[in-house]
Design a protein around this ligand. Structure first.
Ligand code: GLV
Ligand code: GLV
Length: 337
């Protein structure tokens, strides 16, 4: 076996077995966050690596590394990777788009419904043994979804999958995206483009599905929360840094927002203490793509990318989902394959 591959976290056995057929495998047996220095050392000794969002790969991590050729991220978002630094170093970076679209869109609805209908708080109340007598008729009043306006900020593949699900709830769907979608896709999604201010003002339920970049850090901050419809619900399944968590807590306490559903946080795994205090927030540990089928598919796609990026297996030289394919051209791998 010519190549060595590091897998930064435990992964499904069938995915590891497929790698093991082609390469010398070094797979972590326990889940952990790797310190930058540790990560640098691990990456220095291998030809390819499968990493996750908690592994931050940048110029410092790559310094002096003349061996690494492929990094496969176990996620569609890749704000943990410095793509420019990887490209400069001639390292192919890959992610796991598309295989998780439908599962992640399902989860956006899970959070939207749970937040609007107070599922988390009600369950905690029941489990605590409080349901002992007659319940008030006006207890546990939530916010309807059906007949309301759904706003989607960021209308990529996942945003579109969220939109398509809205027809069963008889919702009006608005979206904002830097670029407007082709009319045919807008029709499929039954969604209308509006500017961001209109989206904030008119949405009863606002879902964030955009990639995190320095430009959209705190795209939902105090000013934007104030622009939102009073009593509306915010759901974030994208990245924590999109929302100013302290400002969100304030908006929830004041009643400006009725509820929120969060799967991602600014400083994972830390959750802002003010949010932890609030019953009207549904909090989950970054699990939007976590269905058994989809996580298996993501692992297999990462393996496909590593093998193909190293010129091995049935897709040699043609990794299915590269982020910086220019590296392949520079390397001439495509020409050989
Ligand atoms: C998860 O957050 C992902 O980007 O896949
Ligand atoms: C190799 O096992 C491949 O499926 O590419």
């Amino acid at each position: 076996k010519r190549y060595k591959v590091w897998v930064s976290r435990p992964l499904f056995a069938e995915a590891l077995a497929r790698l093991d057929q082609h390469v010398t495998l070094d797979a972590e047996a326990i889940e952990r966050v790797h310190a930058p220095e540790q990560l640098r050392e691990r990456l220095a000794g291998v030809d390819a690596a499968i990493v996750s969002l908690s592994d931050r790969v940048d110029a410092a991590t790559l310094a002096g590394n003349g061996r690494l050729r492929v990094i496969a991220n176990l996620a569609v978002g890749y704000n943990n990777l410095d793509i420019e630094a990887l490209t400069r170093a001639g390292v192919l970076a890959c992610n796991t788009p598309d295989v998780l679209n439908e599962t992640t869109a399902d989860y956006a609805w899970a959070l939207m419904l749970a937040a609007a209908r107070r599922v988390g708080a009600a369950e905690r109340w029941l489990r605590a043994g409080h349901w002992t007598g007659a319940m008030r008729f006006d207890d546990w009043l939530g916010v309807d979804l059906h007949g309301k306006t759904l706003g989607i900020l960021g209308m990529g593949r996942i945003g579109q999958a969220v939109a398509r699900r809205a027809s069963g709830f008889d919702m009006r769907v608005l979206y904002h995206n830097r670029s407007r979608l082709p009319e045919s896709i807008e029709r499929q999604c039954a969604a209308r483009w509006v500017d961001q201010a209109t989206l904030l003002r008119e949405s009863d339920h606002l879902v964030l599905v955009l990639p995190y970049t320095p430009e959209n850090h705190h795209v939902i901050g105090a000013a934007e929360l104030a622009q939102m419809k009073r009593g509306s619900v915010l759901v974030n399944i994208a990245r924590g840094g999109l929302v100013d968590e302290a400002a969100l807590a304030t908006a929830l306490v004041s009643g400006q927002l009725a509820a929120a559903g969060l799967d991602v946080y600014e400083d994972e795994p830390a959750v802002h203490p003010a949010l932890l205090e609030l019953e009207q927030v549904v909090l989950s540990p970054h699990m939007g793509s976590a269905s058994a089928d989809t996580r298996r598919n993501m692992a297999q796609l990462a393996v496909d990318n590593v093998l193909a990026g190293l010129g091995l297996g049935s897709q040699a030289g043609h990794p299915p989902t590269p982020i910086n394919p220019q590296v392949l051209h520079a390397r001439g791998v495509l020409d050989k394959a």
